[in-house]
Design a protein around this ligand. Structure first.
Ligand code: AGP
Length: 612
């Protein structure tokens, strides 16, 4: 997943692009670059590594110009290097391009262009795009038509922004498939293009989002939109309700830290307007189903990747327990390869913070092709997963910048709980039972805040465990997915190997791993599997293991069983995962900080995976 920013207006382009790239750096940070155009020349500055390297280069070699494009790269084809960094200039220097996606047929295109005498400067697939555009410009087409024709040669998913000396007052942006979005920002006498909302939010709230196979032709005074077959397209301009402060770190050291501590508020925002505590009713503003259709529902497939898949595993419990609707949770990248049996009246729910995860989007398209009803739970407004769905629930978590997902995860748990209650309501659940479920939600933000108030305890635990080489997370029932999530959080930001395991499986092999070097975090809250979890803790202790128990406030018994105990408030078993997720986030965060890791931009990762 790469970050793209374009600007055209009366201000200097470079500072605006640089600031926009900084807000997108979480999408990929192997290299960064920008190009500006003025007085008949295109100046390119690019460097390997983080944005700070590009900033230093620009300080040494400044550029001026009122139109420009920029890019932060998460390397796919061609190792991270200065020569592979975007933007890429065409051979005769007339055209420059930034690109997100993979040109799946780039080898054959490269050979074809080389046979025409084109010399390539990089190992990237992107360079074939800029050379193709140049080919059509040389044939006399304008930039928009040259770009449109060039895009027809490409296989794969792409987001492309380009500009040319032949049309200095024009930027062209194109989106094909799900290689990350392309947003058009409408300013006062200036226009923007960006991969994601935070890049341009400080300049405008008025945006529109390209769909697949659409092109925007942007000048300082506005834009026009076309489909790739040349047909004009009308795009609605949306007012984005996020504020720029919400996209900034504020007094926190890391975005991840800020987003962890925002969760009392984000959970409140997720619930707000949807749970009517007076009437005991649920309303989902962008997802409706009639009582008749709800009663006809036969199965819900919940598909997602990574942390969102862990949320799906929890949601399955919620939907089956509350709505009594058969449900299953599928990994997005596996779903379409198992030939799923999607019967009539089945529904597929995609969970995706970014709304752009290509494997999740592909699962949605598989569902669509089999005639399933398509719902999504997304955080990024205007994202593909929102626009593909028949109905959607926004997480309302605000921009999540840290690569490790935290507040979006808990928001997606709450959204699934709201959905389960809504389906139960539409399928005729008795008012009293429904009201009790909704009342449980009312207490949740306060319970979240109480867990976060004990953050210092996780700093202390991190001091003891940050040098561990391995970690085991055990959970059972609805908290088994939280064990998986805890392990993923630790892995992805501290680089410690960790496994989440269903506690009942330990005796079937993994207990052989237990010794004094293998810390175990066991989720042992007071629920129907508490006794079994206590027994599991005793089995680990009997083999010399060190146990951190995650227990329910007031449980003194567990103190005699485990080496360390951290607590969460008593809550409805179906909502407890929202609380048990928090210690997982806090422990991973403080361990990663202790280890000096790059918490917000862990190595090899990107915020949204738009390549398969
Ligand atoms: C979570 O901390 C990871 N960053 C990753 O597993 C993420 O959840 C996954 O890539 C799915 O992203 P999405 O929710 O945007 O689809």
């Amino acid at each position: 997943m790469c970050g793209i920013v374009g600007y055209i207006g009366s201000r200097q382009a470079a500072p605006i692009i640089l600031e926009g790239l900084r807000r997108l750096e979480y999408r990929g940070y192997d290299s960064a670059g920008l190009a500006v155009m003025e007085d008949g020349r295109i100046e390119v500055r690019r460097d390997v590594g983080k944005l700070t390297n590009l900033e230093r280069l620009l300080a040494e070699q400044p550029v001026t110009g009122h139109v420009g494009i920029g890019h932060t790269r998460w390397a796919t084809h061609g190792e991270p290097s200065q020569r592979n960094a975007h933007p890429h200039l065409s051979m005769n220097g007339q055209v420059v391009v930034v690109h997100n996606g993979i040109v799946e047929n780039f080898l054959s295109l490269r050979q074809e262009l080389e046979a025409e005498g084109v010399h390539f400067n990089s190992e990237t697939d992107t360079e074939v795009i800029v050379q193709l555009i140049e080919r059509y410009l040389a044939a006399g087409y304008d930039l928009a038509e040259a770009t449109r024709r060039a895009m027809h040669h490409l296989k794969g998913a792409h987001a492309v922004v380009t500009m040319s000396l032949q049309q200095p007052g024009v930027l062209v942006g194109v989106r094909i498939g799900n290689a990350g979005g392309l947003t058009v920002g409408v300013g006062e006498g200036e226009m923007f293009l960006a991969s994601d909302i935070p890049a341009i939010l400080e300049h405008t709230r008025h945006m529109t989002f390209l769909d697949s196979r659409q092109m925007a032709v942007v000048t300082q005074d506005g834009f026009s939109c076309f489909s790739l077959d040349g047909t004009p397209v009308t795009k609605a301009i949306q007012a984005i309700p996020w504020d720029t402060v919400a996209a900034e770190k504020g007094e926190y050291r890391h975005f991840m830290q800020k987003e962890i501590f925002e969760q009392a508020r984000s959970v409140t925002d997720t619930i707000r307007g949807r749970a009517d505590f007076e009437r005991g009713r649920i309303t989902l503003e962008n997802l409706e189903i009639s009582p008749e259709a709800a009663r006809r529902m036969r199965k819900l497939f919940i598909v997602a990747c990574g942390t969102s898949w862990h949320a799906a595993l929890v949601g399955r419990f919620m939907v089956e327990s509350i709505a009594r609707l058969p449900a299953e949770a599928d990994i997005g990248s596996e779903f379409r390869y198992r030939d799923p049996i999607i019967e009539p009246d089945s529904t597929v729910l995609a969970i995706t913070q970014s709304g752009e995860t290509v494997d999740t989007l592909a699962a949605m398209e598989e569902a669509r092709s089999q005639g399933a009803r398509l719902w999504s739970i997304v955080n990024v407004i205007g994202s593909q997963a929102q626009r593909l769905a028949d109905g959607y629930i926004l997480m309302h978590a605000g921009p999540e910048v840290g690569v490790a997902s935290t507040k979006a995860f808990t928001a997606s748990l709450v959204d699934q709980y709201l959905l389960a209650c809504y389906l139960a309501q539409q399928r005729g659940m008795a008012d009293g039972r429904l009201r009790a479920l909704i009342d449980d939600l009312a207490r949740l933000p306060d319970q979240v805040g109480r867990v976060l108030d004990h953050a210092v305890e996780y700093e202390a635990l991190a001091a003891e465990f940050y040098q561990a080489s391995n970690f085991l997370y055990l959970g059972r029932g609805i908290n088994y997915p939280i064990a998986l999530e805890g392990a993923l959080k630790l892995k992805e930001i501290s680089y410690i190997h960790a496994e989440g395991y269903p506690a009942g499986e330990m005796k079937h092999g993994p207990i052989a791993l237990i010794d004094e070097h293998m810390p175990v975090l066991a989720i042992a809250v007071r629920d129907r599997v508490y006794d079994k979890m206590v027994s599991q803790i005793e089995q680990v202790k009997a083999r010399g293991g060190t146990v951190i128990a995650l227990a329910t406030e007031g449980d003194e018994v567990i103190r005699d069983k485990a080496d360390h105990v951290v607590y969460v408030p008593e809550a409805s078993p179906l909502l407890t995962p929202v609380l048990t997720a928090l210690p997982m986030q806090l422990l991973a965060y403080y361990i990663a900080v202790r280890r000096g890791c790059d918490v917000d931009q862990p190595r090899n990762l990107a915020k949204s995976v738009t390549v398969e």
